[in-house]
Design a protein. Structure first.
Length: 102
């Protein structure tokens, strides 16, 4: 049976995002695994794209599995740099140094 996106699921995702420490990043897949939905990384991305409707969360600390930033979100890089996150190139976080080990 297919699970639907509801308020409880949204807040589960956002509560994990809220736990990511300053200066660290997590992946969409990592967050999906932490809430028990291993194959729903895209769902995490969908929720994060609408997070502003639920409050202030450090969504800038979430990147894809390779450390790639969100395309078109220029502020993400700036916010991560302010927190001391290092980059491999202009669009990729150095995951070896900055991945949140939870």
């Amino acid at each position: 049976m297919k699970k639907i996106m509801n308020e409880q699921l949204i807040y589960e995702i956002l509560s994990v995002v809220e736990e990511i420490p300053e200066g660290k990043v997590a992946t969409y897949g990592q967050i999906a695994s932490l809430i028990g939905r291993d194959k729903n990384a895209r769902l995490v991305g969908k929720v994060l794209s609408q997070a502003e409707f639920y409050g202030r969360y450090p969504c800038h600390r979430v990147v894809n599995y390779a450390g790639r930033l969100v395309p078109g979100w220029q502020e993400q890089r700036f916010l991560l740099l302010e927190e001391g996150v290092s980059f491999k190139d202009a669009n990729h976080v150095d995951m070896k140094k900055n991945k949140w080990e939870c």
